[in-house]
Design a protein around this ligand. Structure first.
Ligand SMILES: [Zn+2]
Length: 298
């Protein structure tokens, strides 16, 4: 039962159709060496069967497997959390709160809050710098009104991204595409020994290479898109997926939450070949800090 397995919908239903099953899976995940009191660390614990709670024999603290975790929500059954996490990991373009509301039969507010908490758990902390060949590009999100076309960049939010060929993506919201912001981003996400950085010819990228890392550009303004293996098609593919997800799933996206949508996108992209993505997302959820509703709407 607690073995790792690749997830699909029939398996999800088979293994996690009840709160009891979800709870015992979380217990194994949270306490692989046996249940420990979250308050004092003692391992002599009694079970209060009726309330799905544990009682610490040392300090008498009563707790459940979700105590102190992001799962702690008195209203939402655990199996709906599991289902939501599965849906979000499996949907390449993401899922809107409205769609989640319909799929889980919960209120819009519950669905919205749930999606944001799962998204928050997907945020990756310190990660290995990108190496090898890295494509870097920037794009502009939002600010477009119906029938007005592209609109002015002044009303949009810039997102800058770097993708390691065959590897990970790093995405960040930044103020403006200046030489300073672009260079700072690349320095933060790229390994000093990256083999190459490929960008378009935008002057903000000038001087981004050094003796260890060559910098090559494709001249989009002169309709040059690919020169041998020099192109930025991978990172542009990330933009197009993200923009389709905004249009299709999220409808409107406030700049405030843009970072967390980028985290969600990066989590899926960086785990695109991970057969245990569902399990690994649950691991994140077990380890994630609680996120208050009022923090999200402040
Ligand atoms: Zn205790």
């Amino acid at each position: 039962m607690h073995k790792t397995f690749e997830m699909n919908l029939p398996k999800l239903i088979e293994h996690f159709h009840s709160d009891e099953k979800c709870r015992s899976y979380l217990e194994a995940m949270r306490w692989p060496k046996g249940i420990a009191c979250p308050r004092c660390g003692a391992t002599t614990i009694s079970l209060i069967q009726k309330r799905d709670q544990f009682d610490c024999n040392s300090c008498r603290y009563q707790f459940s497997v979700t105590a102190g975790t992001i799962f702690h929500d008195s209203k939402l059954p655990l199996w709906k959390w599991f289902l939501a996490a599965y849906i979000m990991t499996e949907s390449k373009k993401g899922v809107s709160a409205n769609q989640m509301k319909r799929m889980l039969s919960v209120s819009y507010k519950t669905a919205w809050y749930l999606c944001h908490r799962i998204r928050a758990a997907m945020k990756e902390g310190t990660v290995r710098p990108l190496s090898g060949v890295v494509e870097v590009d920037e794009t502009y999100i939002g600010g477009r009104r119906k029938g007005v076309g592209q609109g002015s960049r002044r009303h949009k939010t810039m997102v800058v991204g770097a993708v390691e060929r065959g590897g990970r993506v790093s995405l960040r919201v930044d103020k403006r595409a200046t030489k300073k912001t672009l260079h700072a981003f690349v320095n933060a996400v790229d390994s000093d020994n990256a083999e190459a950085i490929y960008t378009d010819e935008w002057k903000g990228y000038r001087g981004i290479g050094d003796e260890n890392t060559r910098h090559e550009t494709v001249n989009h303004s002169e309709e040059e898109w690919v020169r041998a293996d020099v192109h930025t098609n991978t990172v542009e593919g990330v933009w197009s997926l993200f923009k389709r997800s905004i249009v299709g799933s999220y409808h409107q996206l406030s700049a405030k939450h843009l970072d967390s949508y980028l985290d969600e996108m990066a989590w899926r992209f960086n785990n695109r070949d991970n057969p245990y993505l569902f399990r690994d997302t649950l691991v994140r959820l077990v380890g994630a800090e609680t996120l208050e509703y009022k923090e999200l709407i402040s």
